[in-house]
Unconditional design. Structure first.
Length: 487
């Protein structure tokens, strides 16, 4: 380091980096400058200094050898969202069971698989090390699932209070819907023969219902035998809202097969007992046709100027009926009906040809009628055809009057609600019913490749309930991930 002062007294400092040699000559210590490194980059100077000191230098990137790298980013992102939402505390007190359940939830999102496959995967990712579950046994996982079921009411109470409580849910709206999945095995008490919403015929079914807020965020799940009808499931969740979640001032939205007249009467009984439940649902097609028949209150001329109108009917004295018409839906239903009519005509034509063929014809009025009835009902179009059957022939024609009557109501939906107009506008009632699509998305996510709840292979009912609860909590986490990453 040197300095220089000019005539004005300004001092300037100069730093030089020199390679010097020191030696003795004639009893005196001499210094010799071998090189001036001042112009070199700092990194090169450091490397030369280290080499002159005898250190061994290695090329950048060759200092370490990667023998194994565990996947980290995906599980870390999901785990970070879980911590942000407070999911560990939501599950229960800290402990191995909580860590195992949290691992099952995160694994269900990142890599949905069976328990054995998931357990074998944990050591191959940082999730196993972070939660200390890499060496978990199958028995430990089963014990953790049993622990989770014992905590289900406490978990769902917190979620219901957080998302359905009056402070965060000013519209007082809750959504509920029912779906099913199939079982492999016959020893589970929940498995029963029933309608498969997945088209998986011949296997026992398990029904499960999701309760969610208006945005489609799931907060509770209920398991039912596969033979349980939609209205029965709705009665169960309504009772849980009142008795378990202590929420009795809500408006329940459900589809037309869920909230039937009988279920509405059940809600009225709960209201008489001190609750304050409202409802939003829709009328079935026969009820809509009855409103439109014989100069009833629902006439198509109401939609000449607008596609939304509120009507009254003495059969629903304390309810509002909001009729709406969707032209796009009307066109879609018309196309679908025409396709089904054409397909039914093709089936009936085969039977007519079989009755008319010269060799081994189909004969007998009863035999022809049986085959024709099955063909006409295959696509649920029997009401739109007139059949004439003899011992050796079948003729059929479309019933244009029935087709025209049904076509007149294409795209028409009648919303049925107990909420007064001051709290919910007609357009708001229609939108609330459409919000059920959020619960449908939850079902789609839980049942398909996202979370893969199906098929269920557990024998014990509590294990089935635990699997459904894990998938519901995983969907809750996915909902928030999608919202955070939407941009």
């Amino acid at each position: 380091m040197s300095k220089y002062a000019d005539k004005a007294g300004n001092v300037r400092h100069y730093e030089s980096v020199l390679v010097r040699r020191t030696f003795r000559q004639g009893g005196k210590v001499r210094h010799e400058t071998l090189a001036n490194l001042s112009k070199l980059p700092a990194g090169a100077i450091t490397a030369i200094e280290a080499a002159l000191k005898g250190e061994t230098l290695a090329a950048a990137g060759s200092e370490f050898t990667v023998t194994r790298a565990l996947p980290h980013g995906d599980v870390a992102a999901v785990a970070a969202m879980a911590r942000q939402l407070g999911m560990p505390a939501l599950l229960g007190p800290a402990g191995r069971s909580r860590n195992l359940v949290l691992g099952l939830i995160i694994s269900r999102i990142v890599r949905p698989a069976g328990k054995l496959d998931t357990r074998a995967w944990w050591p191959d990712t940082t999730l196993g090390a972070d939660l200390g579950i890499a060496g978990a046994s199958t028995d430990e996982i089963h014990a953790a699932m049993d622990w989770l079921v014992s905590r289900q009411d406490a978990i769902e109470k917190k979620l219901a209070a957080k998302h359905l409580g009056p402070q965060v849910n000013p519209s007082k709206m809750a959504l509920f819907d029912l779906s099913s999945t199939w079982m492999t095995g016959n020893n589970c008490g929940l498995a029963a023969r029933g309608h498969s919403r997945d088209g998986k015929k011949g296997l026992p079914q398990i029904n499960f219902g999701l309760l969610g807020d208006r945005e489609g965020r799931p907060v509770a799940v209920r398991a039912f035998p596969g033979s349980t009808a939609d209205p029965t499931a709705f009665t169960t969740i309504a009772g849980d809202l009142k008795d378990t979640f202590r929420l009795d001032d809500l408006v329940m939205a459900g589809d037309r097969g869920m909230i039937t007249t009988a279920r509405i009467n059940a809600l009225r009984e709960l209201n008489e007992a001190g609750a304050s439940f409202g409802w939003i649902t829709a009328l079935r097609n026969p009820a809509i046709a009855a409103l439109a028949a014989d100069d009833g209150p629902l006439q198509m001329s109401l939609f000449d100027q607008q596609d939304l109108v509120e009507i009254n009917h003495p059969g629903c004295p304390d309810e509002r009926l909001i009729a709406c018409r969707n032209p796009l839906l009307a066109a879609r239903r018309a196309r679908k009906r025409e396709n089904l009519l054409t397909a039914t005509e093709t089936e009936l034509a085969k039977i007519a040809a079989a009755a008319a063929r010269a060799r081994r014809p189909l004969q007998g009025k009863d035999k022809i009628a049986l085959r024709a009835g099955k063909a006409a009902s295959k696509y649920k179009m029997a009401r739109h055809f007139d059949l004439e059957i003899t011992d050796d022939s079948l003729t059929f024609t479309r019933n244009q009057e029935n087709i025209g009557t049904e076509a007149a109501l294409d795209g028409v939906c009648v919303i049925r609600t107990s909420v007064d107009a001051g709290a919910l506008s007609p357009a708001g009632a229609v939108q609330a019913y459409k919000d059920l699509a959020g619960i449908e998305r939850d079902f789609c996510s839980i049942k398909t490749d996202d979370l893969q709840v199906r098929p269920i292979r557990h024998r014990l009912e509590d294990r089935v309930k635990a699997r459904l609860l894990i998938c519901m909590l995983a969907r809750y986490l996915v909902w928030h991930l999608q919202k955070a990453w939407r941009q």
